[in-house]
Ligand binder design. Sequence first.
Ligand SMILES: Nc1nc2c(ncn2[C@@H]2O[C@H](COP(=O)(O)O)[C@@H](O)[C@H]2O)c(=O)[nH]1
Ligand SMILES: [Mn+2]
Ligand SMILES: [Mn+2]
Length: 482
Amino acid sequence: MSKISVTLNKLDACRWTIPKTGGMRVPGVIYTSEALLREMGGDESPQQVMNVAYLPGIVKYSLAMPDMHWGYGFPIGGVAAFDVKSGVISPGGVGYDINCGCRMITSKLNFEDIRDRVKDLVVALFHNIPSGVGSTGVLKLSPKEERQVLTQGSRWAVSQGYGSEEDIETTEDHGAMAGADPDKVSPRAIERGRDQLGTLGSGNHFLEVEVVEEIFDPEVAAAFGLSVGQVAVLIHSGSRGLGYQICDDYLARMVKKMNELGVPLPDRQLACSWLESQAGKDYLAAMACAANYAWANRQMLMHWTRETFEKTLRKSPRELGMKLLYDVCHNIAKLETFPVDGKMMELCVHRKGATRSFPPGHPALPVCYRKVGQPVLIPGDMGTGSYVMVGTEKAYQETFGSTCHGAGRVMSRAQATRVSSGRQVAREMAERGVLVMASGKGTLKEEIPEAYKKLDDVVDVVHRAGLSRKVARLKSVCCIKG
Ligand SMILES: Nc1nc2c(ncn2[C@@H]2O[C@H](COP(=O)(O)O)[C@@H](O)[C@H]2O)c(=O)[nH]1
Ligand SMILES: [Mn+2]
Ligand SMILES: [Mn+2]
């Protein structure tokens, strides 16, 4: 990567701009705060915001959210939109874990109902939800079944008895992205996807039981079915080895053809293809397959979560009332329409570690949320919990309908492991009132809360900037990690 120094000009309390210099086609805009910027130290993600601005067809600006940190090519927390006619698509702008995302399940339970059963719950969840590096699930898909998963997404899982029609209604894109073509997925990726459906993954992926601690917006909270003291579950997982392999395959194909693009780029990791080229179309069709796999995956994980609650607490589905609040993706590229300079424009919006944040009235929202806006799920770390926010008109106008996706790392995994050397992380978490279990030997050390920015700080920025509004804060009670 060529080294260029980054000039950051403060625009207002929440925004810094990077002026257009060199080969940049648009300026950069970073949503953050003085404190978060200071904490980032030497992280090279502002440089990456600049690099993304070199890509052909980019519209308005190259954006980053306050949870930003270094990623492959594009920063994590990055958002960039490209004209579908003159722009490109880049696998590094989506990320290796295609359609990594979160889903939240609300319940009729109050913390009092589980207070004495938290240990039983975490043990049962850990036992029933396969997790860890390369973990395999209970299914070994036939080639025909896997093609169905890749094209039908959540609907395939529901057709097999994992959940209900109602779950599909409250999943982004109804849990299936159009245009998925399994013929654009390599045999190696298909092989990797065969036995990993219904598995959580490793490290940062988790399944967490949480309790609603504070409500900020009573009207929206009521529409989302949230109240203080209520028990909810947050699941964070993605497309497993299949998505990783698709990203890797298409990066290799696009890197090989970088010269054909005819546009000098500051970083090979920005490998991309014209949206109208065969490689661009093939990547979109393969990416949609991975997105659908991830939705089916989270649907199955949710099904086993419901079953685990039923068996452990000896309650019926009706008594538990475990309802899918919403499922959002935070690593994706989507063809969407936005106003640009007073005209509606067809764009390919890359959200890499960024969440869609659509406003009230948007036709893509389920009818039940159309009056209030899209639920936005923002996890923090295993010792903290998460926020539920709501999408806004400001995000629609300013950030191609996007907001942050989490707290975002401040330490690499290696750094976190060094810092926590000799510490009993599970015990520390228990002292904070969170029971944690992990598959990976080093996972808890890599995932210490200090490895992430403070969730309150990140959420404050997007709330003050108007990119999404606070609805509720939830506290972790127990968590299983990969
Ligand atoms: N509530 C929890 N949040 C967590 C945990 N581990 C990570 N995180 C947050 O999730 C996002 C996900 O981002 P990704 O880029 O890794 O997909 C991350 O930024 C953290 O803020 C957890 O155990 N519980
Ligand atoms: Mn992921
Ligand atoms: Mn993720």
